[in-house]
Write a protein that binds this ligand. Structure first.
Ligand code: BGC
Length: 560
């Protein structure tokens, strides 16, 4: 694979879409200074009673069974099977979690986790994506004689599958953390432009309602949509280019994609990103509002809670020079505040908006609509904030070729001068950025402060070190760096809650190695190794699995 010089993504690109291809040895480059400093005299870090120690997954990444039980085609089927996005690898089989979940729940019980995050595949509930009848030309709902939309029955096999999974988790004392959308979308809706199209937003709302009604009597924690920044600023931009390129008969190799992506004008890029991001956040709030309305009507569990899953990380200035500090503040606003503030306070950050407007940028949606949406978003609120964190970025006031401008143009645009370097490119041994638990602490405290103390659920935190994620001759996986990664980040989480943040739980990404988007099976984030060379996809708990299990048993870990 070509190694792009720049990465397109700050945050988790995690989406894994366009990060550099790092790899190699096991040398640990992290500096001790990135660890949090714990209060003197504390020897044991104990978490509150009921703290949700968990592990995570996502439908397309682990389920497989891509054409089973009436599942419809999705964007990722298309991107992998047709467009060759992941070097020819697909999620067709993945971990076959769809069939092997009883075995995997037994594994979870063995680990002792208190919660398990998974996502529902929209295409298993509504295979075509349409939960209501739509006019095939206008995509407007077909209404019955009383003016109501006409529902389409959800796929019974899909509903049954998630019922079984939820029931088995509960029977094992494991709290399901259910994500409504983790990037796999019915293909027709992808073709309509995904969340950039308001009709897709409405279709999602109907899907969400069905899911709440089906499982809401048992599920206590709902997560709306995964990672706004990753989806809207990176993923959808890339997909748009891919679609354009394919429609024109072009190729979609990673390098040609990058080249085309970089050729988008700032206007095109920003228009796409701003509208998409706005609609994505709005969709999250819409689902939240629907859930709360169902709750008020007694249709779902009274104590159930719902929140978004946000890819946040507080950036660090490259130096203490005033210009770097100012650039860092702006980057923080353009990445974190641009997501958090509309969701929680119903406003976009003024410094970012004025910067955009000064340069003539605005949403492609009418301002009246934005204002109405923001008012609804403020009203809908969130019961907690889900935080995904992998690494953080550094910022300078000067863009250099090795860095990447955020949000908007590539090579020009409103933030071009703010060099934004996600640390993904800087560590040879890890594929997920630099080890920075202090950045995690800073991020948790930032969320705590910005949201007026809303509870926080850590919905993802994890790492992939290719050098150590291998089956050793003793049949085990000695992933000491993952253990140390989790340890450092748990200490940061403990410190944040000790300093006042209300942290509901910590969810390790991920329970199993799985399909890592653009990078296929080459990047392993699991606490459990999956042997893809074996037809039975053998699971082998890694050393970190046992270590984490011990932490859960003790509801904490030693300070040193
Ligand atoms: C995504 C996951 C992904 C992980 C690791 C997160 O941003 O939500 O789907 O596997 O990062 O890259």
């Amino acid at each position: 694979m070509t190694i792009p010089k720049k990465t397109l993504r700050p945050i988790a690109l995690a989406a894994g879409l366009l990060m550099c291809a790092c790899g190699g040895g096991t040398r640990n480059q992290a500096t001790a200074s990135n660890d949090v400093v714990l209060p003197a005299g504390v020897t044991q870090l104990t978490f509150p009673k009921g703290f949700l120690f968990g592990a995570a997954s996502a439908s397309y990444q682990c389920e497989g069974a891509w054409n089973k039980d009436g599942r419809g085609l999705t964007n990722w089927d298309y991107l992998t099977q047709t467009a060759g996005f992941a070097n020819g690898e697909t999620g067709n089989v993945a971990d076959d979690f769809y069939d092997l979940y009883p075995e995997d729940v037994a594994l979870m019980a063995k680990m002792g986790i208190k919660s398990f995050r998974f996502s529902i595949a929209w295409s298993r509930i509504y295979p075509t994506g349409f939960p209501i009848q739509l006019d095939p030309v206008t995509y407007q709902p077909v209404l019955d004689a009383s003016g109501n939309p006409i529902p389409v029955a959800p796929n019974a096999a899909g509903i049954a599958h998630y019922n079984n999974l939820i029931n088995l988790l509960l029977a094992n004392g494991i709290e399901p953390l259910v994500t409504l959308y983790h990037w796999d979308m019915p293909i027709a809706l992808f073709g309509m432009g995904g969340f950039a199209n308001r009709n897709v937003v409405n279709l999602f709302a109907a899907y969400a309602q069905t899911v709440f009604m089906a499982f809401g009597d048992r599920v206590n924690y709902w997560l709306t949509l995964n990672e706004p920044y990753g989806e809207c600023v990176d993923l959808d931009g890339v997909m748009t280019i891919a679609l354009k390129s394919m429609a024109g008969g072009g190729s979609v190799s990673l390098s040609s994609l990058l080249a085309e992506f970089k050729m988008l004008s700032s206007d095109e890029m920003l228009g796409l990103q701003m509208t998409d991001l706005h609609n994505y956040l709005y969709t999250s709030s819409l689902a939240t509002m629907i859930y709360h309305q169902l709750q008020a009507a007694g249709a779902v569990k009274a104590g159930g809670r719902i929140g978004p899953v946000l890819d946040l990380h507080v950036p660090k200035p490259a130096s203490n020079a005033p210009a770097d500090l100012a650039a860092t503040q702006l980057v923080n606003a353009a990445t974190n505040d641009m997501i958090l503030k509309p969701l929680v306070q119903g406003v976009y950050p003024a410094d970012v908006v004025s910067r955009l407007q000064a340069e003539g940028y605005t949403w492609t949606l009418p301002q009246t609509q934005i204002a109405e949406d923001l008012a609804m978003m403020k009203m809908a609120g969130a019961d907690f904030i889900g935080v995904n964190y992998y690494s953080r970025s550094t910022v300078t006031s000067t863009h250099t070729d090795a860095m990447f401008p955020i949000f908007g143009g590539l090579g020009s645009g409103p933030f071009f001068n703010e060099g934004y370097s996600y640390n993904l490119t800087t560590t040879p041994e890890s594929t997920n950025g630099i080890y920075d638990p202090q950045g995690f602490y800073d991020t948790l405290m930032y969320v705590h402060q910005t949201t007026g103390g809303l509870p926080i659920l850590i919905t993802e935190n994890g790492c992939s070190y290719p050098g150590e994620d291998v089956l050793d001759t003793d049949g085990k996986v000695h992933d000491a760096m993952r253990t140390r990664f989790i340890e450092g980040h748990l200490k940061a989480a403990w410190k944040a809650q000790n300093d006042g943040a209300n942290i509901l739980g910590y969810t390790s990404w991920s329970l199993l190695d799985n399909f890592e988007w653009m990078f296929g099976y080459g990047r392993r984030f699991g606490l459990t190794y999956v042997d893809y060379t074996k037809p039975e996809l053998t699971r082998t708990p890694k050393d970190s699995f046992a270590w984490y299990s011990n932490v859960i048993q003790n509801n904490g870990l030693p300070a040193n």
